[in-house]
Ligand binder design. Structure first.
Ligand code: PAF
Length: 306
């Protein structure tokens, strides 16, 4: 027997009523916010939510406010029917796929601005991006009042920004961050991988290769600047234009303190050892496609030991 299709809901008031009623009945609700074009990374979030919760909602909304004027909002892949089939197979109860007008009523003029960890990296290269993310995620959290919301570690900075917003605004939801799902050669799954030509796809593995290299250098106690330069060279050697290749604190995304690679906590559900005190972040462009990736770094050998 084929699995039951999730209920497709487009009206904000309708999803709020359905989820609110489930919560009133004492059911634990899980939520996975997405922009659709779902892949196994999203599927792993949905599966984890179904495992931990009684009812699960997935939103599919290509959010215009998180795209810059010259970015790929128009061509971002949209595949609602295939997405619903994938979610049916994972046991998701509701798919919330609102229109832009429903999410942003005419005359809308309110945005949420997160500073701190939202400022460097993607925040610097994509002005307004995290304000768009925070605004839509906040609105989604109001419409889908879930107990737990699931995000992938591939967008590490996004997970930090969302957790910052949830803490700062006292939102009653637990954020769960799950490991990046990868292709066999290490490429992180991303809806944007669909843009890559066959040649770009082969070269895209350079991002992950650089992260693996950084991880082993980090364990060996190699200085941060050496590792950053090494990552940059390795990515460029794959014909990828580097936007950044940095090692920073996983929570603040600030440069590491000289004495403290072992301080700090990356938070729940990470793509690496939970006690890691550093993360390598990379971003690069292959033709018109921009890809990001990251890796929490393993335990560092203290200087002077072999
Ligand atoms: O990660 C995404 O797909 C989006 O940034 C999100 C969290 C659904 C907000 O639009």
């Amino acid at each position: 027997m084929s699995p039951a299709a999730p209920m497709l809901v487009t009206e904000p008031a309708a999803i709020a009523a359905l989820v609110g009623a489930a919560r009133d009945r004492g059911r634990r609700v899980g939520f996975v916010p997405t922009m659709g074009a779902l892949h196994e990374g999203h599927a792993s979030l949905a599966a984890a939510a179904v495992e931990a919760c009684d009812d699960v909602a997935v939103s599919i909304f290509v959010n215009p406010t998180q795209f810059g004027p010259h970015e790929d909002f128009q061509r971002y892949p949209r595949s609602l029917e295939a997405d619903c089939r994938l979610l049916a197979a994972r046991g998701v109860r509701w798919v919330f796929a609102p229109t832009v007008a429903a999410m942003y009523p005419p005359g809308n003029a309110t945005r949420i601005v997160v500073e701190g960890p939202a400022l460097p990296f993607e925040g610097a290269l994509r002005p307004g991006h995290f304000s768009g993310v925070a605004t839509v995620v906040h609105r989604l959290f109001r419409l889908v009042p879930a107990d737990r919301a699931y995000f992938g570690a591939k967008d590490w900075q996004q997970t930090v920004v969302v957790r910052r917003m949830v803490a700062d605004l006292g939102l009653p939801v637990t954020i769960v961050v799950l490991p990046t799902v990868r292709e066999a050669d290490g490429l992180a799954l991303s809806s944007r991988n669909a843009y890559l030509s066959a040649d770009e796809r082969r070269r895209a593995v350079g991002l992950h290769a650089a992260l693996v290299e950084a991880d082993s250098g980090w364990s060996a106690g190699t200085p941060v600047e050496t590792l950053e330069a090494r990552m940059r060279r390795m990515i460029e050697a794959h014909g990828i234009a580097v936007d950044y290749a940095s090692i920073v604190d996983p929570e603040s995304l600030a440069p590491l303190q000289p004495a403290g690679p072992d301080t700090g906590s990356p938070g729940a559900g990470c793509d690496g050892p939970a006690e890691s005190g550093a993360i390598a972040l990379v971003a690069g462009r292959l033709g018109r496609t921009r890809l990001i990736d990251n890796r929490l770094l393993a335990t560092r050998r203290p200087p002077g030991t072999t």
